[in-house]
Design a protein around this ligand. Structure first.
Ligand SMILES: Cc1cc2nc3c(=O)[nH]c(=O)nc-3n(C[C@H](O)[C@H](O)[C@H](O)COP(=O)(O)O)c2cc1C
Length: 238
């Protein structure tokens, strides 16, 4: 199985959020998963222009020429798509939101299942993975008949208050509904900077937490869900 992370921290691989993702990946790799960590900070992803030309041209046919097709191609064969973001003003980062808005290009008003009204992309079937558009530098992966990818959310905030993740959790649940994807795990870690110390200097509470994150990675790789015990352990305040 393959897990692809889309990290929306402007600090990219040096961010606190990535400490959590890396530990999750460590556990997942130990359980045999293949992982891919994509940092939006290293990509050119422009704002959706809201023209909806992708809806008339067909999935993947965006008028904007940037790194979006390359990222979508990397996501194309994922069994689990993991969105990762710091909390910014009680919400996900603008970088991740900009990426998500551009995901509109892989759907159409007609493809969303289980949603009401217009404006929804649908990643619930691999058929929605786009074909290369006319201006795309790197063609996305060809659609396959594999099962739909599952969804995960990882976030890190600065304060010691899990209330900081309220909007992020609402958002990712809404995304799962709109994209017709199953949300299989949410990992929210408070006090982000506490994670960003050398392994030797890590507080035992933090290293315990990271052990639970690794366990979560193993469980996702093995069974595509988090056990009740791991979920509970990951809900502790740091
Ligand atoms: C612009 C900005 C807004 C932030 N807003 C919040 C906030 O509302 N609540 C919070 O707990 N932390 C907030 N933080 C702190 C970050 O969420 C925290 O440092 C996080 O661990 C950063 O993750 P990163 O290193 O992966 O970017 C904010 C940081 C920045 C730069």
């Amino acid at each position: 199985m393959r897990i692809v992370a889309i990290n929306g921290s402007p600090k990219g691989k040096d961010g606190n959020t990535n400490v959590i993702v890396e530990h999750l990946f460590k556990g997942a790799q130990e359980a045999g998963a293949e992982t891919r960590n994509i940092f939006l900070a290293e990509k050119e992803i422009n704002h959706c222009r809201g023209c909806h030309i992708c809806w008339t041209r067909g999935p993947g046919q965006c008028v904007i020429s940037d790194d979006m097709p390359e990222v979508l191609a990397m996501m194309g064969s994922a069994d689990v798509i993991l969105f990762a973001s710091p909390v910014y003003f009680g919400n996900i980062s603008g970088m991740l939101k900009t990426f998500m808005d551009r995901m509109t290009m892989i759907g159409s008003p007609h493809t969303a299942a289980g949603t009401k009204g217009e404006g929804h992309a649908a990643a619930g079937t691999r058929e929605n993975v786009p074909e290369a558009g006319p201006q795309e530098a790197t063609p996305p992966a060809a659609p396959t008949a594999q099962a739909a990818p599952k969804l995960m959310m990882v976030s890190s905030c600065g304060f010691s208050d899990r209330g900081e993740f309220e909007v992020t959790s609402l958002w990712i649940n809404k995304v799962a509904q709109k994209m017709n994807m199953e949300l299989i795990g949410e990992i929210y870690a408070t006090n982000g900077k506490a994670f960003h110390t050398s392994p030797e200097a890590l507080d035992s509470k933090i290293s315990d937490y990271l052990q639970h994150v690794e366990q979560g990675g193993k469980e996702i790789a093995a069974a595509m869900n988090l056990s009740a015990a791991t979920k509970k352990a990951l809900e502790q305040l740091i």
